[in-house]
Structure formats: C-alpha cells, structure tokens
Write a protein that binds this ligand. Structure first.
Ligand SMILES: [Zn+2]
Length: 745
C-alpha cells in the first residue's frame, strides 16, 4: 500500500524558501521522531482585541511565540463577514458587514497583526472551523444571508458564487439526509442553527480556500482549524472514497480485500455505524425517553418530538453516540444470544456490520478515509495560501487524547494523527478544562500528558496541549517543562496569567535552542501504538497501550511509541512490546521476525495477532510462543533511576551525533506538586542511562545541568562506564535538563 506522507512532508518543507519564512524555519521543522524547539503559546478568544487599547501593551510584557486568536479575521469561515460572529441576544449585532465595513475591518486587523509582531509575538493566527456553518436554511439567515449577498464582496477576491445553495454543502448521512454532528439548536448559535458542511464538498473547500487566503493577506502567519469532524456519506465523499481506495490498493489487493478489483463498486461502510443502527431501531426512542424523561430531549434540542428521523437527526450525531452505545449494551443484557441473532442478525452486537472480514476492512477504510479527507483539506488549503504567504502554519484541533474513551469517540469522526500529520505543523489536543494541569491528580495518581507528546513525536507533528483548572506557579512550570521534555511542543496558556513563567521559559528555549533541536530519543524499549487497530474495532489494544504507557513511565523506563509507519525503526531498540495487536500484516510480521533474528526481544501482552491487516484470519496466531510479562523491563538496563518511591518523577533522554562528538540530554520532571502545594524537591537523585551502541565507547566531556529559573548552568560530575552514563543530581525541584558531551574514543 502506498504512503505518500514522507514525500509530501518533504515537498512542503522544501517550499519554505523565503527570507520572511527563515525566522520560522527552526520552529517549524519537525522531523519524524526528531525533537524540535519548544514554544510558548497563548490562546485568547476575547472579542474586543480591536478596541482594547491595553491588549498589545499587556501582551508585550511577556509575548508568546504563538498567539491564537478567535474570530479576528476579515471573513469568518462559518458566518461570512461579521464583526461579532457568535450570536448575541440582540440579533442586529451580528448583521453582515457591508463591503466598506469589511474593508475598514480588514485594515484594522492588519494594523493589529503588525503591532502584535512588533510586540514580540512570532506566529499569530485566528480561528476557522472546517465543519461549522451558522444560519437558518428556512429563513435564509446567517451563512445563507451572506450567500445571497455573495456578489457584493467579489472585489475582495471572492471566487464566483457557487451555483449550489449552501444546503448542498452539508454533510449527509447514509440515507442522504442532512447530518448534524452537533445539535442543530446549539446554544451558541440560537436562535439560528449549527450545520456541518462537508470538508470534501467542492464549494465549501472553495470558500475555505478564500477565507484562508484572506487571513494570510491580513498579515497572519497561520490558522487554527477547529473541529474537523467528518462522518459523511455525501456525493463528494462517495466519489472521494473511490479515489482514496485506488491510491492505497492495487486492483489485486482490492480483489483480495474487498472481493472486487473495481474500486467504484466498493461503498463507504455504514452498516457498522452503531449510532446510525440505533437510530433506526424503534426501541431506541423508548430508551431515550426512559433515560432523559418525557419531553426533555425535545425541550433541550428544540424539536417537536422524537417521532421522525429528521427530528432525531437534529439532536446531533455526537450527542446520540453514547446513548446508542448504552442502548446496544442494554440489548445484550435483555436478550439471549439466540434472540439477538433472530432479532438483529448478530449474537454479538458489538460485531454488527463487521462480521465478514471484507466488511470490517471497508469500515476501517471508511474511517481512515474520513481522516485522510482532513489531511487532504489541510494540504489543499496550504497549497492555496502558499503563493500569498510562504511558511503559513496550520494548527488543526484533534480533540482529547488523554483517555481511551476520548480516542474511541474520535476515531469514527475522521480523527487519525498519522493521516492529518501531512497537513499539520502543530496539532492541538484539547483536554480537561477543569482538572487538567500536570501534577498530582485528585484520584491519587498524576496527571501527565506523556501520551500526547510521545505520540505526536512518533508521528512527526508538534503537539499543542490545551487544558485548564486549578494551578500554582509550579503547575505552570511543569506544563512548560512537559512541552520541552516531550520533544518540543507547546502547552496553551490564557492571556495574563503567570506571564513571568512564560517569559522565563521562552528565554530559556531561545537562548539554548541547541539543547532542544534535532535530537532523537535514545530509549531502548519501544511500545507499539498501532492506531489503526481502533478503526478495526480492537479497543483492547488502546486500553493496553494506555495502561503500559502509564506503568513504564512511572517505573522510570525510557521508551518510545512505534507506529505502523515507523516500525522500520525497530532495529534501534532492544525490546519491543506488542500489546493486543490483533491485526498484523505479513510485512509487519517479517520486520519483527528479522529484528528478533538479530537479537531483539519481543514481548506480547494480551492477545496475539490472530488476523492479517485485511481482517482475514491467520491459520495460527503470530508470535504465539513469545512472553507476555513485561517485568523483565524493570531493570537497570532500561530504567533511568533505580530509586524506589518516586512515582511522580518522569524522565526523557535524547541523543545527537555531530561528527566525533555526541550530545545526550536528559530531561527530568517532578510531578509531585499540585495547585496548593509547591513541589517537594527530590535530593541526591542517582541517574543512570544506558547509551545507544554508537555512544558507548566514548569519554565524557562536560556534564551540565540547566534549569529555566537559574541563569547559569551548573556542572555535574559523572562517568561513562559499562555503556551507561551515570551521575547524581543534587536537587530536582520541578524541571531540570542535563546535557552530557561525549567524544568517541
Ligand atoms: Zn461528504
């Protein structure tokens, strides 16, 4: 199967040629598996940026590298040219701006962006949404009002008015009805409605390209692309799916996977969509009534009743997903296996629509196609904007990755990091707003965002992790430190808080950029994170990955994620953990076998691979005789400290070779703090890191420790012996970065 991602990344990287782009180059070059310079990031959605005289001067006190604004763009994607894009009680306040007002507003935005750059912000970008349109089809309000006045704005470079009404730009369900991903009567849109246009629709694309170009012309450096939810069976998606299949399969592979070599005969899968299935069951309405009370959903979602499919649609797919899952679980309880088979055609209702291998494969490719569509949209927008602005930055929002549930909810909505990565410079992971800060968690464990940073690094994209909740200065320091230690990303701050910490960290990053850029992890343990298992309906893999991630990290084992696309990096590791990977191709199996022949140690917790990647059963499970217990990893060979009782400590180690000299960096973080308690410093911490073979026969030169809050590095004493770099750190408060210079002997 083809993979064009690397090629595309190269092509795009090659496009960053201009002098203007040069200053961003260092920030933007994320090599797969290689670290990059961390950055500071502020989000500010207040609506008065153009009228607040304090905005720029306050920002200038501690300017971030990246500034993420709201709807401060000449044309908002979901409403057209409006100064106040979100509905307010007085409907006159969100009237369309006249062309003259739009010109004046564009000019004011341009001035603001110029002044923000002058204040020290590097990358400034506003908000667009790839699947939101506000308005009222019947009353022709909101986006429809703009569409009806389209020609008045042609002087702004707007393309000719699309012949199809915006109603034809919307996502569709398998029956061809308008698909509402969110509730139609979404509070932020009332008294108008929330519609979901399709990112594959040619007219919506044309409009988005114009919006992004107008953003670049206003002087912005990039754009934040929100939501990116697609669950669509429209004409464009059906046609796109055929092209997509042809790009991934040869005719022979199509025949063996789907039973036909003709891609146009293979349809997007809807039978495995549990929410769509539940919606078609009369008993689901009774289930909703019994759980939400009579009339409650009607009131909440502003519908007359639940009796028609069209009304149920307006509740919104995302809302119905959980009740549908619970409804199906209740049927499993209510009926015997025999009754379920008779009533629903399947004894195991979790296998609805995917009983046959070709259907499971089609369902997998349907989901991956949606994710591919988002990647395609981002690449398309980048292509459109490049003539106007080189090095324009795309920051799509992926959503929450912190929990298995978060990922499971998103993988059927077009979300797949690897598929998006080809069009993304940064990728946002929007996490818990109430209790999201790193540190001690209420549950007695620790809140750590290691999954997001590690997985983004493995996919060659830079993470932007968004969370909120109670915090102390130490929590904020830790959040910055996570971004630095995790390979170079950002955590999102609100305007005006802990500016002194932001200033400290930005200065630290920029004055020590050589400590952060272009390193590779030197972990010897790899953990498979094969995301496609989720699309194939194998949730156990994800559960195990999350659990193992937490266990290994808290036991101070250095490890990386390997994905389907980075499995070829296996020769760099001594141990590979393959947890409940049910679907594995022959090629992947051979790669692992070859590595084992060379001495690699495979551990297979949970289920062994019992299917090939096309869901066809294997005659016998792969790697049946390999051990399942990971306890052997808990040894000084793989742990960076052997000291017990430090469950809140995390470590990351990277290396870089420069001729005969190598540099090793070790990032140490102390999560043992919370919003009311500063960190308890750990003293006299013994650290010992196994070096990769290339670094083992080296003499240790300078060994230094850096911390953002002390201007001077301090020297440490250590040694390289038996292939390990060992030293003692006198004190670890929140974050410390140690650097060792090694010379080959
Ligand atoms: Zn579509």
């Amino acid at each position: 199967m083809m993979n064009r991602r690397d090629l595309l990344k190269l092509t795009l990287a090659g496009a960053f040629g201009s002098v203007a782009a040069a200053k961003h180059r260092q920030l933007l070059t994320a090599i797969r598996g290689g670290t990059s310079l961390p950055a500071t990031y502020i989000i500010d959605y207040r609506r008065n940026h153009l009228s607040d005289p304090q905005f720029i001067s306050r920002l200038a006190e501690a300017p971030p590298n990246l500034l993420h604004l709201g709807h401060d763009c000449p044309f908002t994607a979901h409403w057209g040219p409006r100064a106040i894009p979100l509905p307010v009680p007085d409907i006159s306040q969100y009237r369309l701006l006249t062309p003259q007002e739009t010109s004046a507003r564009s000019l004011a935005i341009k001035t603001m962006v110029r002044e923000l750059h002058g204040a020290g912000v590097e990358i400034i970008f506003p908000y667009i949404n790839s699947q939101q349109m506000g308005g009222d089809i019947e009353k022709r309000l909101g986006f429809w009002e703009f569409y009806d006045h389209w020609d008045e704005y042609l002087s702004f470079g707007l393309p000719p008015r699309p012949p199809a009404d915006p109603a034809e730009w919307l996502q569709r369900d398998p029956a061809g009805r308008i698909l509402f991903n969110n509730p139609a009567a979404y509070p932020g849109y009332a008294p108008q409605f929330f519609y979901s246009p399709c990112p594959n629709n040619a007219y919506w694309r044309t409009w988005l390209r114009f919006v992004v170009v107008s953003i670049a012309q206003a002087g912005f450096d990039g754009v934040f692309v929100d939501d990116n939810i697609i669950h669509c069976y429209c004409r464009y998606c059906r046609e796109g799916f055929v092209h997509y299949l042809r790009s991934r399969y040869t005719p022979r592979e199509l025949r063996s996977g789907f039973g036909t070599s003709e891609a146009e005969k293979i349809e997007l899968c809807s039978q495995a969509d549990k929410t769509a299935w539940a919606k078609a069951q009369p008993a689901f309405i009774e289930y909703l009534v019994s759980h939400y009370g009579r009339g409650e959903l009607e009131k909440r979602f502003k519908i007359a009743d639940l009796s028609t499919p069209a009304n149920l649609d307006r509740v919104g797919y995302n809302f119905l997903e959980r009740p549908a899952r619970e409804f199906i679980a209740s049927l499993e309880q209510k009926y015997s296996a025999e009754e379920r088979r008779r009533l629903f055609g399947a004894a195991d209702l979790t296998q609805l629509g995917i009983g046959r291998p070709e259907d499971r494969l089609r369902w997998f490719e349907t989901q991956r196609f949606w994710a591919w569509s988002i990647g395609d949209l981002l690449v398309d927008l980048r292509r459109a904007v490049t003539p106007y602005r080189q090095g324009f930055v795309f920051v799509p929002n992926w959503g929450s990755m912190q929990t298995v549930g978060g990922v499971e909810g998103r993988r059927i909505q077009g979300k797949n990091v690897a598929e998006w990565a080809r069009g993304a410079d940064y990728m946002m992971f929007e996490e818990d707003y109430r209790h999201g800060f790193p540190g001690r968690a209420a549950a007695g464990g620790f809140t750590v965002h290691g999954i997001q940073y590690k997985f983004a690094l493995a996919n060659g994209v830079r993470p932007v992790v968004l969370f909120g909740g109670p915090r102390s200065r130490a929590n904020v320091e830790l959040a910055h430190a996570e971004a630095a230690a995790g390979g170079g990303g950002c955590f999102v701050e609100n305007f005006g808080q802990f500016g002194e910490v932001r200033r400290l960290y930005r200065r630290f990053y920029e004055s020590h950029s050589d400590l952060f850029t272009g390193f590779q992890s030197i972990a010897q343990v790899a953990l498979a994170f094969f995301y496609n298992q989720t699309h194939l309906e194998n949730p156990e893999h994800l559960r195990q990955v999350y659990s193992l991630h937490s266990t290994l990290a808290s036991q101070h084992v250095l490890f990386d994620f390997l994905t389907e696309e980075t499995l070829h990096l296996l020769p760099g590791y001594r141990v590979f953990i393959l947890p409940s990977v049910a679907y594995l191709s022959r090629a992947q199996e051979r790669t692992i076998e070859k590595w084992m022949d060379g001495g690699g140690r495979l551990i297979v917790p949970g289920d062994h691979p019992t299917f090939y990647e096309d869901a066809q059963p294997r005659p016998t499970p792969a790697f049946g005789s390999e051990p399942s217990n990971i306890s052997e990893i808990r040894s000084t060979q793989f742990q960076w400290t052997g000291r017990e009782g430090l469950l809140g400590l995390r470590g990351y180690a990277y290396g870089k070779q420069e001729g005969r000299q190598s540099r090793v960096t070790i990032h140490l973080l102390n999560y043992d703090l919370d919003a009311t308690h500063e960190s308890e410093p750990v003293r006299n911490l013994s650290i010992s890191v196994a070096l990769p073979a290339a670094f083992q026969h080296a003499t240790l030169g300078k060994l230094s420790a850096f911390a953002p809050d002390s201007s001077e590095a301090f020297e440490l004493h250590g040694e390289v012996r038996d292939g390990k770099l060992s030293f003692e750190l006198p004190e670890l408060r929140v974050y410390c970065l140690a650097e060792a210079l090694l010379t080959a002997t």
